[in-house]
Design a protein. Structure first.
Length: 287
């Protein structure tokens, strides 16, 4: 009997030891990071990556040392958005070296491990969880003031893996569009954070209103104000709104920050206001 059982038990023991080692490495990395912020949304396509990338860049431009972890393994868009899509992760001392984007921002994304960006990553849950844990344990993040994590949409396995890896995170930022369907999913994301005892830093309403470049009139394409109402109903802070602006698409696609001089002043101002509110919220939570 024992002949067939023993190797299995041995392999299990080995796997367990590897997991424990990895857990230790994750805790060591987290110890060197002052603030960890997770960016979530109920749905995809609402601007979660746009917010994560630009929050990271805004902090880096303010002189902080910042890392950006792209935890969206199926849609690893932060590489393109930070202009690092042609970088491949190098190795030094057995650790992956993050790509360095403009303003010294350190970026790690699945896109930097793939040779062909059109090929989907088809992995089962446990394998995805392991890759995410490696992205923390086996990356040379170094000392960071902030690590911003761009989570995949929803409240599935990956947000859970990340939340469990960073129990001491400052909290989550929830990005929604003004439509009812997006808000309904965001309520789930807020409850997810609560169940895991992660503070909710606040809600951002993205794609809120469009100012016509021809006549200057504002149109609420996806309606407006729902994010603020939802935040107040759920008893979480509201961080502000970002307008729908075609320039945001071109800045994102060309890997440049919203703080870029070419971005419209209104976009720069509103985003700076959101970042200010996030900072205030983090300071308030710590005190
Ligand atoms: N406020 C906005 N105005 C115009 N386009 C936006 C805005 N926010 C995001 N986008 C664009 O919408 C698309 C989806 O945004 P993204 O950040 O990738 O969403 P998610 O990460 O939630 O799937 C991108 O092409 C992005 O450039
Ligand atoms: Mg995304
Ligand atoms: Zn018009």
């Amino acid at each position: 009997m024992s002949g067939s059982d023993e190797p299995t038990a041995g392999a299990q023991q080995q796997a367990h030891e590897r997991y424990e080692q990895q857990q230790k490495a994750i805790e060591q990395r987290a110890d060197e990071i002052e603030h960890i912020i997770l960016v979530m949304s109920g749905k995809g396509g609402v601007g979660k990556s746009t917010v994560a990338v630009n929050l990271a860049w805004a902090l880096a431009l303010g002189g902080e040392s910042v890392g950006l972890l792209d935890a969206d393994l199926h849609g690893p868009n932060t590489a393109l958005m930070t202009g690092t899509q042609n970088t491949r992760l190098g190795m030094r001392d057995n650790l992956m070296q993050p790509a360095i984007a403009a303003h010294g921002l350190k970026v790690v994304s699945m896109a930097m491990l793939l040779d062909d960006r059109d090929t989907p990553t088809i992995w089962r849950g446990p394998l995805r969880a392991n890759v995410l844990r490696q992205f923390i344990a086996e990356v040379d993040w170094g000392q960071l003031d902030y690590l911003i994590v761009d989570l995949p949409p929803g409240t599935g396995d990956e947000p859970l893996t990340i939340a469990q890896s960073f129990p001491g995170a400052d909290g989550v930022i929830i990005v929604t569009t003004p439509q009812q369907v997006s808000q309904d999913d965001c309520r789930k994301a807020i409850n997810f954070a609560r169940q895991l005892e992660l503070p909710v830093i606040g809600v951002i309403e993205n794609m809120s209103g469009f100012v016509c470049p021809h006549c200057g009139k504002e149109t609420a394409i996806f309606s407006q104000g729902g994010g603020e109402i939802m935040a107040s109903e759920m008893g979480v802070p509201y961080l502000g709104a970002l307008p729908l602006a075609p320039e945001i698409v071109s800045l994102c696609d060309s890997g440049r920050p919203l703080a870029d001089q070419q971005a419209p002043q209104a976009v720069r101002d509103t985003f700076a206001n959101v970042v200010g509110n996030i900072n205030n919220q983090i300071v308030r939570q710590k005190s």
